[in-house]
Design a protein around this ligand. Structure first.
Ligand code: C5P
Length: 399
């Protein structure tokens, strides 16, 4: 049931717009209120009269409507809903959303909203498969939008393939899924990610190689399970995920400070590739290159953030997860690392060059816990993240 939920339904101009009428009826049967918004093109496919009669509310169509701006205003309209549903979402509207355009009421609401956005694409197969559309969907997904479909099937244009809008029952299931409590709702989870940069002087630094891809994927997967994620990241290559609290740091010392000041948490995942050493006395000014003379750097050991948190006597997170990248005897080394650091789990992987894991899209990990070693099949990093997030959810639920 969707009792008490308000859906801001943006109808854009495609032949599948007629299915939005059926959707409005089914949403209202389930107790939801529907605030309809139509683009100009949508009016070519369904009439505002039908939409407003079924919704039991007036249709919003104009950005520059004096009466409506006086009564409510488009910014407020964008905030009244529990979910913004774009159905159908045409290639054109997705392109405008991905580009951040706001040149009519629908696009302005989509830019101004702070509410989760769900899009139900419907378009010709060639338009859907076009690199521009695929790029736009990837951008919007990274921005935190959820997509339902499309599916393969016969199209109104006579072609066959992906691009067909999903049917109303599937849209309803996705909406109900979006409102149902998630396994990590109410939990606070910290994730470290990326490398740290340890300055030599204001322009030079030492660092580990790390793209931040696995840490970012883990933070996204925990967010998708409903966790309040604190994402503490060094200067990574990949963009931080949407919908998490981002804390940007440079050095290991800053990362430790950010971690300790984020406690208490229900679980902490340490995926960062922290530099083991820093330059003992980094220079405040650029070290000059002098012919024939080489500078000498002396190092100091960085704090081990994972070990510090895992061995806290007060305020230790109930679940502390570390990573181990090894090139030989993975299980032996990772098991020893778990004991040395004092963490609950170690996610170990073999990064020897022949595996192609370092910098690749796949990972083959072994989860080391007090119960022993559990090898997971090789899968892409997003699936490793999803599976790890599921396991974390089980552990958090078990207390
Ligand atoms: O000792 P090693 O660097 O192999 O340990 C890897 C694990 O420890 C990772 O989880 C990493 O995030 C964490 N770590 C840390 N602080 C350090 C070094 C490693 O949190 N200074």
């Amino acid at each position: 049931m969707l009792t008490g939920k308000r859906i801001l339904l943006v109808i854009s101009g495609g032949i599948a717009a007629y299915k939005a009428l059926e959707l409005i009826r089914r949403l209202r049967e389930r107790g939801a209120a529907v605030t309809p918004v139509m683009t100009r093109a949508a009016e070519q496919f369904v009439t505002p009269l039908s939409v407003s009669a079924l919704a039991g509310e007036e249709v919003h169509r104009d950005l520059f409507d004096l009466t409506k701006e006086a009564e409510m205003g488009h910014i407020q309209l964008s905030r009244v809903a529990d979910l913004v549903l774009v159905c159908p979402a045409t290639a054109d509207l997705l392109a405008k959303m991905a580009a951040g355009m706001a040149n009519d009421l629908a696009t302005t609401l989509l830019m101004a909203t702070d509410t989760p956005v769900m899009a139900v694409p419907a378009m010709n197969v060639r338009m859907y498969l076009h690199p521009a559309t695929q790029r736009n969907i990837a951008t919007l997904t990274a921005d935190g939008a959820h997509f339902v479909g499309p599916v393969e099937g016969d199209m109104a244009c006579g072609e066959f393939g992906p691009g067909r809008m999903v049917e109303v029952p599937e849209i309803l299931a996705a909406i109900e899924g979006a409102f149902s409590p998630k396994p990590l709702s109410g939990s606070r989870i910290l994730v470290t990610s990326g490398p740290t940069h340890e300055p030599i002087d204001p322009v030079r630094y030492i660092a580990n190689r790390s793209s931040g891809a696995q840490g970012t994927a883990i933070a996204s997967a925990l967010r998708d399970l409903g966790a309040d994620v604190i994402f503490i990241t060094g200067p990574a290559d990949v963009a931080p995920p949407a919908g998490v609290r981002i804390v940007k740091v440079d050095t290991a010392a800053q990362m430790l400070e950010a971690v300790t000041s984020s406690l208490p948490v229900d679980a902490a995942v340490f995926a960062a590739a922290v530099a083991d050493w820093r330059v003992a006395s980094a220079s405040d000014s650029k070290i000059k290159k002098v012919d024939g003379a080489l500078p000498t750097l002396s190092f100091a050991e960085n704090p081990d953030i994972l070990a510090t948190v895992a061995q806290m006597t007060k305020g230790r997170p109930p679940l502390v997860v570390g990573f181990a990248a090894e090139t030989d005897d993975v299980i032996t080394h990772a098991t020893a690392k778990r004991a040395r650091k004092g963490c609950d789990w170690i996610v170990a992987n073999d990064v020897s060059p022949e595996t192609g894991i370092m910098g690749g899209s796949e990972n083959a990990v072994t989860l080391i816990s007090k119960d022993g070693a559990e090898a997971w099949p090789r899968m892409d990093k997003a699936h490793v993240a999803a599976q790890l997030a599921e396991r974390i959810a089980q552990a958090v639920a078990a207390g």
